[in-house]
Each structure stands twice: as structure tokens, then as C-alpha cells.
Design a binder for this molecule. Structure first.
Ligand code: KG4
Ligand code: ZN
Length: 355
């Protein structure tokens, strides 16, 4: 079939998602079921609950994605599933389902690194050529990568503690803003004064391109404690605005350094791409867009629905890999940790590598 549709499956965190994407970059369907209600009472994602919810909903979500796309399983050029990194219970559900479909219908199975899905999204949405600089900012990841080709990623920086989205979520919890935290902090910050509370801008001016957010989160906690019982709506808004400005300042500083390093090795004028759920943040997007423009780099920020977790990016990564003949065996073992750049070490000296 000329369209060469690939079914993508994403179950590595709290979104159960399936999508069908064709080789010509058309997204024929993209269904995302968010488990927000299941996890809200706990203020975060509970891995066991997530895995059970994936198991319960995945077949219906796949059936919907296939029906909306108008294909039968036998039409598929391949089945791609996130095989790591992520919460392993959920990853197993998605990868096993994909293997079963591949086996029954005799189509290739493609084991996709979730981060590669985010990293290649700009090629799906904007047809961007290699190389480009990527800032991946999500709930589980915070990395700067030189994307040089499919399977060719050089990590320039990563977080030495929390991911940016994790910091947004924890700050929202401290400020009683609810879950998920990122959009709640952004909404509260709209009526806030970012200069009322002094908060640190982590890593700004430090060598390298690594991130750190746990000190900022602790500073927010101290301000909340200092206020005692006086955490009214205005204080919440001011703290949210101060926190968001500090994250933006830090991320812009780190990205600036990465741009310089990227330009040193590749030359000027290549795109600066953002991906991941935190890239939905308007303040951050605007600041990063200004930074790219100042360096003469096209700024590519995929639509919000393709920034947060989805299966279209997994199907697309499957297309890229299938085109190169990078098909996987049904004995592929899902990986809870799976760095995109296995040679990368932390320049800031921490020993724990966040996948
Ligand atoms: O990429 P994603 O959907 O899932 C992961 O792979 O982690 O990212 C989810 C993260 C959450 O931490 C969420 O709070 C954050 O992205 N997020 C935001 C915004 N929307 C989502 N953070 C800041 N501002 C937002 N508007
Ligand atoms: Zn993600």
C-alpha cells in the first residue's frame, strides 16, 4: 500500500495513546486517553494504577485509532510501540500488544525509544532536516541534544536532579494548585508579580549545559513556610510567576550555551526545536523563540498536542526506522532506562542519569 501506514502505541506514563501515521507524514488518527482522574487524588502518577489503566483501555484506543484512520491491521506497514524509557508496567502493556498485532498480522514490529519519538516530532510536523538542536523538556526528561540523524543523538546537557515538568508539578503541589501542575502554575502566574519573591535561577552562568531544579523547588517551599498561614491567592500567583520566570531564565541560559556548542560543531543557522510537555508553556516558548531568533535559528515548536505524550510521534519514529530497515525482533526486551546517547556522562558531576 502506497501510504505505508504505521500504527503507533504509547503507554510509558499516564497517557494511553494510539495513532496511525503514513509515510508521507499525514497523521490519519491520533487518540490520546489521559488518566488524569485516576491519579489526581494521589497528586502524581502511580505506576501500578497506570499499568492497569493501560491494560483496561488500550484495545479500545487502538480500535478507535484504526477505525478513524480507515485501515485494517492487514494494511499496516508496521506496528511501533514505546519500548522504554518509562514506567515499566505500562511499557510492557504497550510493547506486548504491538508484538501480538505484529505476529498475528505478519507485519514488522518496531521498538521505539520514547525520547526518539519526541526528538523526531519536528520532522513529522515541519519536515525539518538534520541536524538540529533539540530541547526536550517534559515531566520525566530535561535534555539538550544535537540531533544528527535517526539513532544519532549527542547529549549536550541533562538535569542533575529533577526534570523541569517535575519541578512544575511539585511546585503546584506546594502551592495547592492541583494536578497536573504545569498548566495550573502557568494559569496562576498570569495574575502574579514575578519580582515579589526572590527565587534562585538555577545553574545560570555555570559552565556546561546541565540543568538543576530541586534547589528552586526548595526555595519555593521556604517562601511558603515563611508565609505561614498567609498563602492567599495573590501570594500563590506571585510565587507561581516567580517560579516560572526562574525556570525560563535557567532554561534560556542553558539553551544559550548549547546553541554556542552546537554552532561550534555544526555551524550557524540550523533549527532550534523544542519538544515535551513543558514546551506547552507560553512564557518559556516565547523566551526560547526570542533566543533562537537572536541566533538566526528557525524556531520550531510543534503543536501542543504533539508536544505532550502522544502516539503519532511513536508511529512517526517507526516510519523513520522502517525506512532505514531498522526493524526489531519479537524478543526485544522493553527497557525502563534507555538513554538516547549512551556515551553521555553528566558534566555537572552527579552520578544518577535520568533517562
Ligand atoms: O511530555 P509530557 O506529556 O510527559 C512526559 O513524557 O513527561 O510532559 C508532561 C509534563 C508535566 O510535568 C506537566 O506538568 C508539564 O509537562 N506541562 C507544563 C505545561 N503543560 C504541561 N509545564 C509547564 N507549563 C505548561 N503549560
Ligand atoms: Zn514524553
Amino acid at each position: 500500500m502506497a501510504e505505508r501506514p504505521i500504527l503507533g502505541i504509547e503507554t510509558s506514563c499516564d497517557e494511553t495513546a494510539a495513532a496511525v501515521v503514513c509515510a508521507d507524514r499525514t497523521i490519519r488518527s491520533s487518540v490520546v486517553l489521559s488518566q488524569l482522574d485516576e491519579h489526581r487524588v494521589y497528586g502524581g502518577v502511580v505506576p501500578e494504577i497506570a499499568a492497569r489503566a493501560h491494560l483496561e483501555h488500550l484495545d479500545t484506543i487502538i480500535a478507535r485509532a484504526m477505525a478513524e484512520a480507515g485501515f485494517d491491521f492487514a494494511d499496516l506497514a508496521g506496528v511501533a510501540a514505546t519500548a522504554g524509557p518509562g514506567l515499566i508496567g505500562g511499557v510492557l502493556v504497550g510493547a506486548t500488544m504491538a508484538k501480538a498485532i505484529a505476529l498475528v498480522h505478519g507485519v514488522p514490529f518496531l521498538a521505539i525509544n520514547h525520547l526518539e519519538g519526541h526528538a523526531l516530532t519536528a520532522r513529522l510536523t515541519d519536515g525539518v532536516d538534520f541536524p538540529y538542536l533539540l530541547l526536550l523538556v517534559s515531566g520525566g526528561h530535561c535534555q539538550l541534544l544535537a540531533v544528527e540523524g535517526v539513532g544519532r543523538y549527542r547529549r549536550l546537557g541533562t538535569t542533575i536532579d529533577d526534570a523541569a515538568g517535575e519541578a512544575f508539578d511539585k511546585t503546584a503541589k506546594l502551592l495547592d494548585l492541583g494536578y497536573p501542575g504545569g498548566p495550573a502554575v502557568e494559569a496562576a502566574a498570569r495574575s502574579g508579580d514575578p519580582s515579589r519573591f526572590t527565587l534562585p535561577r538555577p545553574m545560570v552562568g555555570r559552565p556546561g549545559c546541565d540543568f538543576s531544579f530541586s534547589g528552586l523547588k526548595s526555595a519555593v517551599r521556604r517562601r511558603v513556610e515563611e508565609l505561614g498561614g498567609a498563602l492567599d491567592d495573590q501570594a500563590r500567583a506571585d510565587l507561581a510567576a516567580g517560579f516560572q520566570a526562574a525556570v525560563a531564565g535557567s532554561v534560556v541560559d542553558r539553551s544559550h550555551r548549547a546553541i554556542e556548542r552546537f554552532e561550534d560543531s555544526h555551524g550557524p543557522g540550523y533549527p532550534f526545536v523544542v519538544a515535551g510537555g513543558v514546551a506547552a508553556n507560553g512564557v518559556l516558548r516565547a523566551a526560547l523563540g526570542d533566543l533562537a531568533v537572536a541566533h538566526g535559528m528557525p524556531f520550531i515548536a510543534p503543536p501542543l498536542a504533539l508536544c505532550t505524550d502522544n502516539a503519532a510521534m511513536i508511529a512517526w519514529a517507526g516510519q523513520e526506522r522502517l525506512a532505514l530497515g531498522l526493524v526489531d525482533g519479537l524478543d526485544f526486551r522493553p527497557r525502563p532506562r534507555w538513554p538516547l546517547d549512551p556515551d553521555a556522562t553528566l558534566s555537572a558531576g552527579a552520578d544518577a542519569v535520568k533517562a
